[in-house]
Design a protein around this ligand. Structure first.
Ligand code: SF4
Length: 338
């Protein structure tokens, strides 16, 4: 069934990215109903949604298959009862990020780079998120905390790169992003800024001309790392946005999370790399094994299966289109490439 059969909700006029954020679906029942589904087709969990709210922008919803409870995009965002199960070995902070959090809003794990978390909010709440329990309440980057974080970066001349992460840093208005980039540019030892964002994938309108100007005018070289897990997430609008970003001089890489029953399939993974590059010029970066975060055990894939999938991709793709299979291990100086 095509999306033209979907309720009017799916046929809303294109609007600004801020309006798309406001219009995002925020509960499981509405999400299912928007796709012609009900709780009888698949259980959703109010309790899981209470712990980690449902948030799904309409441009992302429009790429889901109407009437299909097993749609791979829907499964990434629907709060389900499995999330409530307590499973041994799955914790709130499996990456020990709290221990690497020297000042609020900043994580310093690796040599030469720090993560700055300018916001706790995301445009979409991915159920497998490794930061779903991160204590954002203790990490609000208000003006005072931002000044402390900037001082921390300025005081460490070994730092060359700031990674804007989150939450999703592109939730910031372009003017706020511009000011942040200006402050970072004033730190002489910084050379580059990396933006980790899923926002362009779920709301392509986020790639505004003002954003391109802000990135282009900064002294720092910028690179955008998007987060796209399945080829169905790519449509013409997204490809157009990513092409504009690249054509403005910003390299674009993609990182994905390997997710059980969503993208743990050679054809799907091959198609994802091919389409991202052929349609949008995006190169693969990491394919992450899911972190062992409480509430996400049902997405898990073991390393043996992941290695088989990567090997199968190597047989079908040129080397530059094969992502690095990686797992983050707390205390190690870099991601562990498997
Ligand atoms: S966009 Fe990234 S940080 Fe936000 S919920 Fe999804 S995985 Fe987590």
């Amino acid at each position: 069934m095509s999306t033209t059969d979907a309720p009017q909700l799916l046929a809303q006029e294109r609007s600004s990215w801020q309006q798309q954020l406001r219009d995002a679906i925020r509960d499981g029942a509405t999400l299912l109903a928007s796709l012609g589904l009900s709780a009888e087709d698949g259980a959703w969990s109010q309790e899981a949604a209470r712990q980690f709210p449902v948030r799904v922008p309409l441009p992302f919803l429009r790429r889901m298959r109407y009437g299909d409870i097993n749609d791979p995009l829907l499964k990434q965002v629907l709060a389900v009862p499995e999330e409530e199960q307590v499973v041994s070995g799955w914790s709130n902070d499996p990456l020990a990020e709290v221990a690497a959090n020297p000042v609020p809003g900043l994580i310093h794990k690796y040599h030469g780079r720090v993560l700055l978390l300018p916001t706790s909010a995301c445009a979409v709440n991915c159920r497998y998120c490794f930061r779903r329990h991160f204590p954002y309440g203790d990490n609000q980057l208000n003006n005072e905390a931002l000044a402390i974080a900037i001082d921390y970066i300025a005081a460490d001349s070994s730092l060359e790169e700031v990674i804007l992460s989150g939450g999703d840093p592109l939730i910031l208005q372009d003017s706020a992003l511009y000011k942040l980039l200006e402050r970072l540019s004033a730190i002489p030892h910084l050379q580059r800024v990396r933006i980790h964002s899923r926002l362009p994938v779920v709301i392509p309108e986020r790639i505004t001309n003002d954003l391109l100007d802000a990135l282009g005018q900064s002294r720092l070289r910028s690179v955008m790392v998007i987060h796209c897990n399945h080829p169905n997430e790519l449509d013409d609008e997204l490809a157009d946005a990513l092409n504009r970003l690249r054509q403005s001089g910003v390299p674009v890489l993609n990182q994905s999370v390997l997710l059980k029953d969503i993208n743990d399939d050679t054809d799907v993974l091959v198609s994802l790399q091919q389409r991202l590059f052929d349609e949008a010029g995006v190169l693969p970066y990491y394919l992450h094994l899911p972190d062992k975060v409480a509430g996400t055990w049902h997405f898990d894939i073991d390393e043996d299966r992941a290695s088989i999938l990567i090997e199968a991709m190597r047989m079908r793709l040129p080397g530059f289109l094969v992502p690095r299979l990686a797992r983050e291990v707390p205390g190690e100086g870099a991601k562990r490439v498997l």
